[in-house]
Structures are given as C-alpha cells and as structure tokens.
Design a protein around this ligand. Structure first.
Ligand code: CS2
Length: 494
C-alpha cells in the first residue's frame, strides 16, 4: 500500500485505464451548494456535474456541505476533493476520478461558512440529499415543530443545524442584500420532493416571520426531481482494492452500478447547467417518474431488505436470487403498478425487467441492512401510499402490507434473531418503549401505525392494519415461509 494520496498533483500519474477530469479545476467556479455530500451524491449528481465541467460549463462547481459528520471532508480534503467512482457490474469494473467537488464544509464546525456559501451571489442552485429523516416531518407529514433541532434553529437563526434553518436564513440574507434567490433542488426519495420541501420550508419560515414565509412561498423555485442510482456503502475492502488499482490511496472511493437516471422539473430562474446534454431528462412534471421509482424500485428494495433480513440474506442480489422472494417481488410490483398513471407513457414492464437485472448485480453486495435503515420514514411513500390507493380502488394490497409487517417483525427481531443495531430508525426510542413483541399482532399493528403516522387520515386505515396484523401473526409464528404460503407463494428453498 502506498502512502501517496489521490490529489491534483498525483492524478496525472494514475494508470491509463482510470478516467480523470480533463479540465482545469482552477478555472471552475462554484455555482451549486450541495447539502449532504454522502456516497449517493458523489455517485450521481457530482458525476453529472463532472461531465458538464468537462464540456466547458465551468460555472457549476460544487461546494459540498455535510450537515452532521466530518468524515467525508476529512477523507476528501487531503485529496483536493477528488475521489474515485467505481462503476461495477457482475463481470466488469471501470474507475473514474470525479473532480466536481471544489471544497467541503462541515456545518456543525462552522455554520457561518455554510451560510456564507449559500449567500454567495454565484450560488444559483442548492441541491439536497440529506435522507428522508432530515426533513423532520411529523407523523402527519407537516414540519415536526417540536423537534429539538427545529426549536434550536428558530432560537438561533445565525447558527442553524438543519437544512430548513440554513435555507431560511440564507434566503433571508440574500433577500436583504438584493441577491436573487437560489433554486432549491431536492434530490431525496420523497414524494413530490420539491413541493414537499417547499411546503416544509414555508412552514418553518412562517415561525420566523410571515414576510420571509411569503418570500419563500412566492419567489423561490423548488423543482422536483427523481434521482436513481444504487450506491452501496463503501467497505474497507473497497478502499484497499481501489487504492491498489490507482497506485495511490483514495480514502473514500464510491461504489455504484452502471445504471444512472435523473429526471428534473425545468424550473431554474437563476440558471442551470445544460444537464440534458449529459443524460438528464428535463420535464414539466416529474411526478409519474417519481411515483414509478418510489413504488417499484424503492418499495421492492424495502421489501427485499426486511424479508431478506428475516430470511438470512445479507445482500440484495442473494435475497433476489431466493425464488420465493423473487416471486414475492413480482407480486408486489403487480400490485404497485396498478396505482401508477396509465396515460403518461410509463413502460412498467421494461422498468421492472431492468430492476430485476440491477438487483442481480453480484458485484455490488448491497446490504439489506443498509436499506433497512429508517423504515418509518421510507415506507409511507414506498408502500403505504400505493396500499391506500389500491384499497380505494377496491383491491386488497396483500403483498404491500406484508412489507409493513416484515418491517415490524424485523424491528422486533433486533436484539434477538438479528443483531441489536443492525439497522436504525429515528423512531427507535419510541419503538423500544412500545416493545411490540409483548403486544398481540393486532395491538402491535395499531401502535406502530399510530406512531409512524401510516395512513393517518385514510378511511383505509383499519383494513390496512388488519392486513398487516394478519401477516405479522404469521411472521411471528412461522417466519417468512408461513407469510409467503398464505399468499400462495411456494417456498422452494431447501
Ligand atoms: C434504497 C435507496 O437505501 C435505500 O432505501 O432503496 O437508497 C436506493 O438504492 C436508491 O434510491 C436507488 O436510486
């Protein structure tokens, strides 16, 4: 192992097979501030922007912001922000060094620096991948105004902790200084993600003053977007393998699949990169794409995660190779597809065929436990929304509700059949206080639906709870095999 690091000065010495930024990074100016510089951002948006910079769009460099930990900055700062993107299929791997992240800030260390970057007149777009839970939605979908970080940000507007606090304060400062607002581009897996963030931020700003709320409501654009690329967490073995191939150390390379998709609503009053030149689809309404992705990809991902964990499968490809799980996923897709719009040209057969191929990628080793995190934040848009729509169309969502029951069962199994902290959830404290293992399946389902706000205002609530409870009973008594048998799925595993 070498002690030389990947950096501006070592990048030219990399093996010829590794693609490197072919542009002068010193000429790139920051035009985008990104909140949440995790692996997903680095495999997705930062790669699109890298293409744009390589084609001469030098106004769109990225300032990366971590809202919580210093890990990524600590890994990338000695590398001048450079990192390797390893694109892996079952039988090949290609390496590319990405240069679009110009600098990184760690919000808890220096919130003032983050506000300065957001207020910089050159910042035309603020993008976010902060994960579902960081939007701080209450069980009913509105802002969780009692959350300690929201309370903190309202009391200390100059020293924010949350995305809401940073966005509201910087938009207020821009407004006071006569600087055009930036466009806010949400890239998280939320339904109508732009409109959802817009609504939450207006609610937050309203607690600071009606003037700011009105400004954000009327004058700031929040296009929605659908993002898609599977990005497993980087392991130490990945770090060693990639550094070995580079001949210099990369402290945090990112692993991903060949597939990559980004669909964005075209509403950027302050300008934007020529994204369509680099494979981004610009549309007037992203909702059909977003629903298809959330319900078919993310919904089945969560299903594979919980049923996979309960069946002893550590990775998505192994779980998906289990014939019973595969059969279940087909049934889940069939239920969810009926909830998607028919008249907008979605090709669901092609989409699910591609998903099946992507899930079978053996090089990714995408851990079921990784996807299992934050179920309370994910299931509403991935599973419960489709289930409610199916119910109101008079069709029982039997497969969909097994996913909710499997989540409850997997939570109950932690500390027993599964390791205690195999996955986490923002509701963990409340879930352990409930201790649903000691409740009947019916009582457990009611308690969890209430806690997580599932189907809160739906007339379908009671029927969904009954379906989930019946599945939970079978999962508790006979495991996944019993739940599958009740659906008519033959468990052909030995
Ligand atoms: C996954 C997503 O971890 C999860 O919950 O379902 O991160 C998924 O891999 C991406 O949305 C794919 O685009």
């Amino acid at each position: 192992m070498t002690d030389r690091r990947l950096s501006n000065s070592t990048r030219q010495a990399l093996p010829a097979s590794v693609a490197v930024p072919g542009y002068d990074r010193n000429r790139v100016v920051p035009g985008i501030v990104h909140l949440g510089v995790g692996a997903f951002h680095r495999a997705h948006q930062a790669a699109y922007v890298d293409d744009c910079l390589a084609a001469g769009g030098t106004d769109w460099g990225i300032v990366g912001v971590s809202l919580r930990s210093a890990d990524t900055r600590d890994a990338l700062a000695p590398q001048d922000g450079l990192y390797t993107l390893a694109v892996r299929s079952s039988d090949s791997e290609s390496l590319r060094v990405v240069g679009s992240i110009l600098s990184m800030l760690v919000a808890p260390e220096d919130p003032g620096a983050v506000l300065a970057a957001l207020t910089d007149p050159r910042t035309a777009i603020v993008t976010l991948t902060i994960t579902e839970k960081a939007y701080l939605r209450a069980a009913g979908g509105g802002l969780d105004t009692a959350h300690p970080d929201i309370v903190h940000d309202l009391a200390n507007p100059q020293m924010p902790r949350t995305a809401h606090g940073f966005l509201a304060e910087s938009l207020a400062r821009r407004r006071a200084a006569g600087i055009q607002p930036f466009t806010v581009l949400c890239c998280d897996n939320l339904p109508a993600n732009g409109a959802t963030l817009h609504r939450l931020l207006v609610e937050f700003a309203g607690l600071r003053g009606t003037d700011l709320a009105r400004h954000i409501a009327d004058e700031v654009a929040f296009p929605s977007s659908m993002v898609d690329r599977i990005v497993p967490a980087t392991t130490d073995a990945d770090r060693a393998r990639i550094s070995g191939q580079l001949g210099v150390e990369d402290a945090w390379p990112v692993m991903t699949e060949p597939f990559c998709q980004w669909v964005i609503e075209d509403d950027f009053p302050a300008g934007r990169p020529d994204w369509e030149r680099f494979g981004v689809t610009m549309v007037g309404d992203v909702e059909p794409f977003e629903d298809m992705k959330l319900r078919l990809l993310n919904g089945s991902h969560s299903a594979i995660a919980y049923l996979g964990l309960l069946s002893g499968h550590e990775t998505v490809d192994r779980a998906f190779a289990d014939p019973a799980i595969r059969q279940f996923v087909d049934g889940l897709w069939a239920e969810a597809i009926t909830t998607l719009p028919k008249d907008v040209g979605l090709d669901t057969a092609d989409y699910t065929a591609q998903l099946a191929k992507r899930y079978s990628n053996t090089a990714l080793a995408h851990r079921t436990a990784q996807i299992a995190n934050d179920g309370s934040q994910k299931l509403p848009q991935r599973i419960v929304a489709s289930a409610m729509e199916r119910m109101s169309a008079g069709a029982p969502p039997a497969y969909l509700m097994l996913v909710v029951a499997a989540w409850i069962a997997a939570c109950e199994a932690r500390g027993k059949a599964l390791p205690e902290s195999l996955f986490t959830d923002p509701l963990d404290l409340a879930l352990s206080a409930l201790d649903t293992r000691h409740l009947s399946p019916g009582e457990a389902a009611v308690a969890v639906f209430d806690l997580a706000g599932f189907a809160k205002d739906g007339t379908e609530r009671l029927t969904l709870i009954d379906l989930a409870a019946a599945h939970l009973e079978r999962l508790r008594q006979g495991g996944v095999a019993a739940a599958f048998t009740a659906l008519g799925i033959v468990n052909r595993r030995p």
